[in-house]
Design a protein around this ligand. Structure first.
Ligand SMILES: [Zn+2]
Length: 240
């Protein structure tokens, strides 16, 4: 099997670790709407998108689901749960279809023990996710939905290696932003009237990326700066 991942964590494996991974990893195509992981279930697989987008959703006591982030080529789903509690406290839903890799959690733990490069890449991913999560809490509190939607659309496109056409429903976007669907419909109409996007059934087309960047809230820049610093840092990960 060809093992030429675009996923940033897998692409950082040392040659020896990549060789070991090759026999234990599967190439899969993730379908939109597929549930990769349920809340409260054991983490049996670790998922590494190449060009798919996974939304990580939390649920309240009434069963309402809100997205707590999205993972694309820049990360993995299950990578820290598999080495921690081994249970998931979030649901993983495929939001944008595309290719990915998956590895059984047991094999992943072996590789994690053997590969300092994998530990470093996962550590950096965790740090980046923490920065993003904290920033997005502030974002939800202080930035208007319109500006947040521009950020979410640009992030979704970038993390799925997407072109201008995103197979993203308005319902998914509502979950990602933590707002009601009518709010998304009104906001998307406003962006469409200004020629920034075009919405079709289950699809959002980004017509003016520069315009979206100008309207996008400052959190995107703040998070991008932190991620760049994390990527180029010399992370210290125990070799033992
Ligand atoms: Zn913001």
């Amino acid at each position: 099997m060809d093992f030429n991942p675009r996923n940033v964590i897998l692409s950082h494996l040392e040659p020896a670790a990549a060789m070991r991974a090759r026999g234990k990893i599967e190439r899969v195509t993730l379908r939109r709407g597929g549930v990769l992981q349920e809340i409260g279930e054991p983490v049996d697989w670790v998922w590494f998108p190449d060009a798919a987008l996974i939304c990580v959703a939390s649920e309240n006591v009434d069963g309402e689901s809100v997205s707590g982030g999205m993972v694309g080529w820049n990360g993995a789903y299950g990578a820290f749960e598999a080495c921690g509690s081994r249970v998931s406290f979030t649901r993983a839903i495929v939001q944008i279809a595309g290719p990915a890799w998956r590895m059984r959690a047991g094999h992943y733990r072996e590789l994690f023990d053997q590969s300092p490069a994998l530990r470093t890449a996962v550590h950096k991913h965790i740090e980046a996710l923490m920065v993003e999560a904290r920033q997005l809490v502030a974002c939800a509190a202080i930035h208007p939905v319109e500006n947040r939607m521009c950020r979410a659309l640009l992030d979704a496109s970038e993390r799925s290696h997407g072109g201008p056409v995103l197979s993203l429903t308005q319902e998914a976007l509502a979950n990602m932003l933590g707002v009601q669907r009518p709010t998304v419909a009104v906001t998307a109409s406003s962006l469409q009237r200004r020629g920034l996007i075009r919405t079709r059934r289950g699809v959002i087309e980004l017509l003016d990326r520069r315009g979206l960047q100008q309207l996008c809230c400052s959190c995107r820049e703040t998070i991008a700066y932190a991620e760049a610093e994390i990527v180029r840092s010399e992370a210290h990960v125990c070799e033992a």
